[in-house]
Design a protein around this ligand. Structure first.
Ligand SMILES: [Zn+2]
Length: 492
C-alpha cells in the first residue's frame, strides 16, 4: 500500500512547516488534511516568533483548496488551516498562509502549473471539466502565462549554439491574422513568435531582443520567398546564404505531374485532344476516343516530335525496368498468390491512379511499376505523362545528389516542352534558381538544408490551434504556444 513518504513526494508541498493529518474522500475527490507542524510562527512585521492566537473557533478555519489532478476525472484537494495570530511583540494582526498557496485564488501554485502545462494538449473547456473549475478561473490562470518565456528560451538556445540557421515563416492564426514564427533550422527549436507579420516586428526582434553577440553567429537564413524579411535578415548577416526548401520543390514537381496526369485523363474521359488530331481520326467531337485511337494518333505525329520524345520514353522504360518482372509471381502480404490484371480504360478514368505518380521511382513496388508502364504505353496521349514523370524523377535525383548541372539541363528541357504546365515548371526553377543553387552548394551529404524539422514545429502550432477553440485573442494563442514549447518541465 501507499506509505506516507510516497504521499509526501507526490503532493510536493513544503514539508518543513506542514504535515499530513488525515486522508478522506469527499464528493469523489481525495482530500488531504494538512496542518501546521508548529504552534508558533514568524510575525510578518517584526519577524519574531509568536504563538498568541486570535482565533477561537478552530473548526471554522478549514478551507478546501485544489491541488492536483488525480485519476481521470478527480482532483486532489487539500484541507488547510488558516490561523489568525496577534503578535505579542508588535501587536500586528495577521492571517498565516502556506507558502505553496497561490496569491490569486483558492488553489495552490502547483495547481496553476498543472493547468498551464496541460493546456498545451487539452482545450480550455476540457480543462475546466477535468479540474472541476470554472472557465473564468482557468482563464485567469492561463492569462498569467508569461509569453516572454519563448523569447527568453530562444535567446538561451542562441547563446548555446555556435552557428545559427534561421528560418522565418508566416503562419496563419485565423484567416488573414498571421503570426511570424522564427525557428532554428539545425536543431529545430522554436526561437520566437512575433504577433504580427510586418518587417518592423522582425526588425525589432533582431535589434532589440536578440543579443548583439548572437548576430555574428547567424550565418544562414531562409524565408518562404519574402523579400522584406530577407532584407531585414540580410542586414545582420555578413554573407548570408539563401536556400530553398527541398520539400517545397518536391511538392511543386509533383504538382506538375499531377496536373499533366489530370489533363491526360481528360483525353479519354472527355475527348480532350487537338482539333486536327480529331479530324485525323475522322470522328465527331462527341464520339468516344478509344485506346487504339490514342495509339494511332501517337504514331502519326511528325518526326521531330517523335524524335524529341524518344529520350523520355527510353528513360521511363529504363527507370521502370519491367523486363525483370515475372508477372506470374505476385504474392500478397499473407503469402497467397495473386493474379495481376491489366488496367482497362474505364478503370483508369474512374481510379485516376493519382498516387502512383507521386511515389518516387525507387519506392515503387513491382506491381506499381507494371501499372505505370501500362499507363505510359496505352493512355499517354503525346507522351506528356512520360515527359513530366521523367523530368520529375530527374529533378528529384538531381536535388538529392546536389547536382547543379543536371538542374540546368532539366530547366532547359522544361522550356522546350510543348505542354504548358511543364513550361511553367521552367519558370518555377528560374525564379528559385539562386536559392536552389544555395541549397546545392551549401548542403553536404550529412547535413541538408531542409525545414522539415521547422515545418514540424509549424505543424505542432497548428495542432495547438485546433485543439483548443476558445481563443479570445492572438495574445492567448501566443500564450498557448508558450505553454506548448516552454512549460515542458514541471519539476516534482
Ligand atoms: Zn510582530
Amino acid at each position: 500500500m501507499y506509505s506516507l513518504p510516497y504521499f509526501k513526494k507526490i503532493l510536493n508541498l513544503n514539508w518543513r512547516k506542514s504535515k499530513i493529518m488525515w486522508i478522506y474522500e469527499k464528493n469523489n475527490n481525495l482530500v488531504f488534511q494538512i496542518r501546521w507542524k508548529y504552534n508558533n510562527t514568524d510575525c510578518i512585521n517584526c519577524w519574531l516568533k509568536t504563538s498568541k492566537r486570535k482565533d477561537k473557533k478552530l473548526h471554522k478555519q478549514k478551507t478546501l483548496v485544489k491541488h492536483m489532478p488525480f485519476w481521470w476525472d478527480k482532483v486532489i484537494e487539500l484541507e488547510l488551516h488558516k490561523r489568525h495570530f496577534k503578535c505579542e511583540n508588535c501587536k500586528t494582526d495577521f492571517y498565516e498562509k502556506f507558502d505553496f498557496m497561490s496569491n490569486f485564488g483558492q488553489y495552490t501554485n502547483d495547481f496553476e502549473k498543472y493547468i498551464q502545462w496541460n493546456w498545451s494538449f487539452v482545450s480550455w473547456n476540457k480543462l475546466a471539466e477535468l479540474y472541476q473549475a470554472s472557465n473564468g478561473l482557468i482563464h485567469s490562470i492561463l492569462d498569467r502565462i508569461d509569453e516572454n518565456l519563448i523569447n527568453e528560451k530562444g535567446i538561451e538556445i542562441m547563446e548555446k549554439l555556435d552557428e545559427i540557421y534561421l528560418w522565418v515563416d508566416e503562419h496563419s492564426f485565423s484567416g488573414h491574422d498571421m503570426v511570424l514564427i522564427i525557428t532554428e533550422l539545425k536543431t529545430g527549436q522554436l526561437l520566437a513568435v512575433l504577433d504580427w507579420i510586418t518587417k518592423t516586428k522582425l526588425d525589432y526582434w533582431i535589434w532589440h531582443v536578440v543579443p548583439l553577440k548572437c548576430h555574428k553567429k547567424i550565418i544562414w537564413y531562409s524565408t518562404d520567398m519574402n523579400k522584406g524579411y530577407a532584407n531585414s535578415l540580410g542586414e545582420i548577416c555578413w554573407n548570408p546564404i539563401q536556400s530553398v526548401d527541398k520539400m517545397h520543390l518536391f511538392i511543386e514537381a509533383n504538382r506538375v505531374v499531377d496536373q499533366v496526369r489530370d489533363i491526360s485523363r481528360y483525353t479519354l474521359q472527355m475527348n480532350f485532344i487537338k482539333v486536327e488530331d480529331m479530324a485525323k481520326l475522322g470522328k465527331k467531337c462527341n464520339e468516344k476516343i478509344t485506346v487504339e485511337d490514342l495509339k494511332k494518333l501517337n504514331n502519326s505525329q511528325n518526326n521531330t516530335k517523335i524524335e524529341a520524345m524518344k529520350k523520355y520514353k527510353e528513360k521511363a522504360d529504363q527507370r521502370l525496368n519491367i523486363a525483370q518482372i515475372n508477372k506470374n509471381d505476385f504474392y500478397n502480404s499473407k503469402g497467397e498468390k495473386i493474379d495481376y490484371c491489366e488496367i482497362t480504360p474505364e478503370y483508369f478514368i474512374e481510379k485516376w491512379y493519382r498516387k502512383l505518380f507521386f511515389y518516387r521511382e525507387k519506392n515503387l513496388s513491382w506491381q506499381q511499376r507494371l501499372r505505370l508502364n501500362q499507363i505510359f504505353k496505352e493512355f499517354d496521349y503525346l507522351w506528356f505523362l512520360q515527359e513530366s514523370w521523367t523530368l520529375k524523377e530527374d529533378f528529384m535525383d538531381a536535388l538529392d545528389e546536389l547536382n547543379m548541372t543536371e538542374i540546368d539541363r532539366i530547366r532547359d528541357d522544361c522550356l522546350k516542352s510543348e505542354h504548358y504546365r511543364i513550361k511553367q515548371f521552367w519558370r518555377t526553377i528560374k525564379r528559385w534558381y539562386a536559392w536552389i543553387k544555395g541549397f546545392c552548394e551549401h548542403s553536404t551529404d550529412e547535413f541538408k538544408f531542409t525545414n522539415a524539422l521547422t515545418e514540424g514545429i509549424n505543424n505542432l502550432c497548428k495542432v495547438a490551434k485546433r485543439v483548443s477553440h476558445w481563443f479570445s485573442s492572438k495574445v492567448m494563442y501566443i500564450k498557448k504556444l508558450t505553454a506548448r514549447f516552454c512549460l515542458k518541465k514541471l519539476e516534482i
